[in-house]
Design a binder for this molecule. Structure first.
Ligand code: SIN
Ligand code: FE2
Length: 222
């Protein structure tokens, strides 16, 4: 009996509600499977968001269409066009405000931030990325937000992807981390401006997303 209790204690971290955590860099970690408990509520909310603000391929300032399709919810949305990148309160396609951030998104993002050590995260923007097979995101920094003491919270859903996480310069070598359905990456503090990207997503299927990967990126912009 004593032995059984000892074993249960040893694995207490793996019980539901205590997801595995992988350190990534100073101020950055991966909360494995953290979003899985909310997956059905997340997809229900996502469906009504994309009805109002459909996924679209944005044009970069250089004139290329991005392979990742995007939309947003929350007070501000990330957009790109020939004039540059910026945050906007309206969806440029409809002229309407972005759909509000669903409670399940907000709670997931603030809980993940808290578990990663950022107790005061208050996201006002959620970029929603859809990766079809072959879609990728080149190495970049998230640097258009005002308060850099607030972290980035990034939720992976659907088919797996290889995430690249580097240093404060583009040249610095990146670590490669496989991100699965439900994994949440949080980076802030010393890692807030680290370069990151996503390798081309491979053909695969997931019961909730078909052949896509969906990523939710939460930020405090203003
Ligand atoms: C991003 O950097 O905006 C998204 C990262 C990801 O899709 O994992
Ligand atoms: Fe990013």
């Amino acid at each position: 009996m004593t032995q059984q209790f000892a074993t249960a204690d040893l694995f207490a971290d793996e019980a539901p509600g205590f997801p595995d955590r992988d350190a990534l860099a100073p101020g950055a970690c991966i909360l494995r499977g953290h979003a899985r408990a909310d997956e059905l509520a997340i997809f229900a909310a996502l469906e009504s968001i994309v009805t109002r603000a459909p996924f679209r391929h944005l044009v970069t300032p250089g004139g290329f269409y991005m392979s990742v399709a995007m939309t947003n919810c929350g007070a501000l949305g990330w957009v790109s066009d020939r004039r540059g990148y910026r945050y906007a309160a309206q969806d440029p396609d409809s002229g309407q405000p972005w759909p509000p951030m669903p409670a399940v998104f907000l709670e997931l993002a603030t809980r993940a931030a808290r578990e990663a050590g950022y107790a005061r995260f208050s996201p006002d923007a959620c970029l929603i990325n859809r990766y079809q097979p072959g879609a990728r995101l080149t190495l970049h920094q998230d640097r258009n937000e005002h308060d850099l003491s607030q972290p980035i919270v990034s939720v992976s859903l659907g088919v797996p992807a290889m995430f690249l996480f580097g240093g404060l310069t583009r040249a610095e070598k990146q670590v490669r981390v496989g991100l699965m359905h439900g994994d949440v990456v949080v980076w802030g503090g010393q890692s807030r401006l680290c370069f990151h990207g996503v390798l081309p997503v491979k053909e695969a299927t997931h019961p909730l997303t078909g052949n896509c990967r969906i990523n939710l990126t939460f930020r405090n912009v203003r």
